[in-house]
Write a protein that binds this ligand. Structure first.
Ligand SMILES: O=C(O)CCC(=O)C(=O)O
Length: 207
């Protein structure tokens, strides 16, 4: 089966990784959303943040987030990832895994707000973590070890066929930042009934 992703190992050179890791850690107001599952509240097991063009809405962890534009200092990284993937990304979900107990459950980035005809690019900085793919129908599995500076480009169609997850890794004691660049559809293109609703249980950005 052809794999609809391309893994660029060490795409971002090590000095650049340290530069961006410092900026992203220190300049962003990281949040830890609380999700309600079966009536009980749970903080998501990682820190998150959403950056996007103004007004682009994205629902994750049960809350609708709206883009407020990009910090000037972030733009060089955005431009670099846009050029590498040849895709006009207009939003980015950032996740900060503080240690190996922080994780992301099985899901796909296939919410109605995301343009399914465009690629999604995922940049990893810091600690290596396992990134798992599981095919929705065949349950075929692929585990990638995403390291410092790796860029994973998921082609259009990947989210519709494959789920992904970042499992617990107890031995990991250092932080990892992941930036997932996406193309969001403009609010005018969205059906108001589905615009901010997750497409299904497996597709909510998982706890
Ligand atoms: O941290 C990762 O590599 C995955 C992030 C992810 O799955 C997401 O942002 O939807």
């Amino acid at each position: 089966m052809t794999r609809p992703w391309h893994w660029h190992g060490s795409w971002l050179p090590e000095p650049d990784c340290r530069h961006w890791q410092t900026l992203l850690s220190e300049r962003l107001l990281w949040q830890q959303p609380v999700v309600r599952v079966y009536g009980r509240e749970h903080p998501v097991p990682r820190l998150t943040l959403y950056l996007a063009d103004p007004e682009l809405a994205y629902r994750y962890s049960g809350v609708v987030h709206r883009g407020e534009g990009w910090p000037d200092w972030f733009r060089p990284l955005l431009e670099r990832v846009r050029a590498a993937a040849d895709t006009p990304f207009n939003g980015c979900l950032l996740n900060l895994y503080r240690h190996g107990n922080d994780r992301m459950g099985w899901h796909a980035d296939d919410e109605p707000e995301i343009d399914a005809d465009q690629a999604i690019a995922s940049l990893s900085i810091g600690a290596s973590r396992t990134f798992q793919f599981r095919h929705r129908q065949t349950r075929e599995r692929h585990d990638l070890e995403l390291g410092d500076g790796d860029l994973l480009v998921m082609a259009p169609g990947c989210q519709q066929a494959w789920l992904h997850a970042v499992p617990v890794r107890k031995k990991v004691t250092t932080t990892r930042i992941n930036l997932t660049f996406r193309v969001f559809r403009p609010p005018a293109d969205l059906n108001p009934a589905t615009a901010t609703r997750s497409a299904g249980a497996t597709t909510a950005t998982a706890a």
